[in-house]
Design a protein around this ligand. Structure first.
Ligand code: 0RQ
Length: 502
């Protein structure tokens, strides 16, 4: 099957994954494709993990690489390299259980970055030298340009910056993806930056292919394996209640004239609550919606099919196996309605601000004043990472953060006196939603925010305790703008660590 590798020069570089992995120097910084389990290389990472494990067995226990990606990947990439203890530094986002365990055991470094920052930090030289790019594509054109796969992520930057390139051509990915991507090459480094010429989510401002210097390509590897494609659970009652509060609020905002009837471009994080909100929107009164988001989940495909959503811009697909089959079967329909962009564009603060994105992201906990922790359990253990939530939350027209009001069967309140780690400051958080209700914090002072968050969002089993903290802080704090009892502010977390209950 040579039809997918149409450049004779690159066809001559086809080799096994093992031979390709042998070309990656130990200690190299390696930029791999992959974003939320889509479009990641399937064979070279495992072969590299085997090679590093063999080096460790032979006594070279320090043999590792720096691993940079778009966002989270899959067991064949993060999982394989982490199990081999082959990662020295991981960035910018992960959600792999073995990675998480090593990071929290202090055995792997992890730099948790805003996803829009990654590409420019690489150009600025802030992350060190990128040595090798390993990128999955759908096909190679005769002139060496690449048809991107199910995610774009940072691939443009990896291909530009790396000295050596390894390409995986995955014959499992649909050739119908050709034409769905829009790779923008106009980003310059300050002081030469120009405005990004995009006014609507559907604007195409770049090229459908990734440029690639064939002289840098050291290996081409054939693969034939599907993306991770995890299944989403059907929305549970809590997710449905959260979605219901958001739907009611959006209708209220339209009535008040603060949102147009077709709303503004939607960004939604990944997970079950996000899918529940999308299914709420799919049954709701709004028409001609658009999305300017990172990841396209099953829910967005349903909305495109029903016509509720007219267009979606993202950097990656993250579909269940059933949705993938449906997507591939109707790819000509979806190509008219979906564009996949580099993540520096899908998450760009300039565009998020200009388009007026409605950001909806999940969190671990929020505090009485509206600071949000999206990444850390009990202050010190990483869960996943900030991902794109900060890109959208700070710059969006409206920013929602959602969570069930309690975790771990009610032992933990997700509304606490003070968050144990801050990802989104009170200044970036406008609306907090739990299954209990919704707190609209816009224009409120800290004490007004706190009152609303306790009343609307806290679980009844923790509400009196939170109110008591607020009352005592109002009497005992040295300042009454944001009243806190500093010796007590994190006592809910320490109590949980000591007793298993907040
Ligand atoms: O742990 O599975 O061990 O029970 O945290 O919680 O409720 O299943 O929620 O899967 O939606 O994840 C913020 C982590 C939420 C995610 C976060 C425990 C809880 C469970 C997961 P268990 P849920 P979700 C665009 C946007 C940052 C990136 C982002 C995330 C586990 O949404 O990573 O926004 N966001 N990207 O039990 C202790 C609490 C807890 C708690 C929940 N208060 N204390 N544990 N848990 N609340 C997408 C990208 O950027 C790619």
């Amino acid at each position: 099957p040579t039809d997918r590798i149409r450049s004779p020069e690159l066809l001559a570089k086809v080799m096994s994954a093992e031979a390709a992995a042998a070309l990656i120097p130990v200690g190299a910084n390696v930029g791999m494709s992959g974003f939320t389990g889509a479009g990641y290389p399937k064979a070279v990472p495992q072969a590299l993990a085997d090679r590093l494990a063999a080096l460790h067995a032979a006594g070279d226990t320090a043999a590792r690489i720096g691993l940079w990606t778009g966002a989270s990947t899959a067991p064949e990439l993060d999982g394989a390299l982490a199990k081999a203890d082959g990662i020295e530094m991981r960035l910018p986002y992960q959600s792999d259980p073995t990675c998480r365990q090593l990071i929290n055991a202090g055995k792997m470094h992890y730099t948790d970055l805003h996803l829009s920052h990654v590409a420019q930090f690489a150009w600025f030289g802030f992350l060190g030298k990128l040595d090798v790019a390993v990128v999955e594509v759908v096909a190679i054109l005769p002139d060496g340009r690449l048809v991107p796969s199910t995610s774009v992520g940072n691939n443009k930057t990896w291909l530009d910056q790396a000295d050596k390139i390894i390409i995986e051509v995955n014959e499992q990915q649909s050739l119908g993806l050709e034409g769905m991507h829009d790779i923008y090459y106009g980003t310059e480094i300050p002081p030469h930056r120009k405005p990004i010429p995009m006014l609507h989510t559907s604007d195409r401002i770049g090229e459908p292919y990734l440029r690639c210097d064939p002289r840098k390509v050291v290996a081409v590897v054939r693969t034939c394996q599907a993306d991770r494609n995890s299944v989403f659970a059907a929305p549970d009652e809590v997710s449905d209640q959260i979605a219901g509060h958001i739907m009611e609020f959006l209708q209220h905002e339209v009535k008040a004239g603060r949102l147009p009837p077709e709303l503004l471009p939607l960004q939604s994080g990944v997970g079950n609550v996000a899918n529940a909100v999308l299914s709420g929107l799919n049954q709701g009164p709004f028409e001609n919606l658009t999305a300017f988001t990172e990841v396209l989940q099953d829910g967005m495909l349903e909305m495109l099919r029903s016509g509720k959503l007219s267009f979606a811009s993202a950097t990656a697909l993250s579909l269940s196996p059933a949705a993938t089959a449906e997507f591939n079967a109707n790819i000509d329909f979806y190509r008219q309605r979906i564009v996949l962009r580099p993540q520096e564009i899908s998450n760009h603060p300039e565009l998020v601000r200009r388009l007026g994105v409605i950001a909806m992201n999940a969190m671990i906990e929020a505090d009485l004043y509206g600071n949000v922790n999206s990444t850390h359990i009990m202050g010190s253990s990483i869960m996943n990472g900030i991902g794109g939530s900060g890109d959208f939350a700070r710059n969006g027209y409206l920013s929602f953060f959602v969570t069930p009001s309690v975790a771990k069967g009610g032992a933990i309140s997700c509304i606490v006196p003070m968050v144990s780690h801050v990802d989104h400051t009170e200044h970036d958080v406008q609306v907090i939603v739990t299954e209990q209700g919704l707190a609209d914090l816009r224009g409120l002072a800290p004490t007004q925010r706190a009152k609303l968050i306790v009343e609307r969002c806290a679980h009844p089993s923790f509400r009196p305790q939170l109110q008591d903290y607020l009352d005592r802080a109002a009497r005992g704090a040295p300042g009454l703008h944001t009243p806190h009892l500093l010796t007590e502010a994190l006592s809910w977390h320490t109590r949980f660590l000591e007793t298993g209950h907040m």
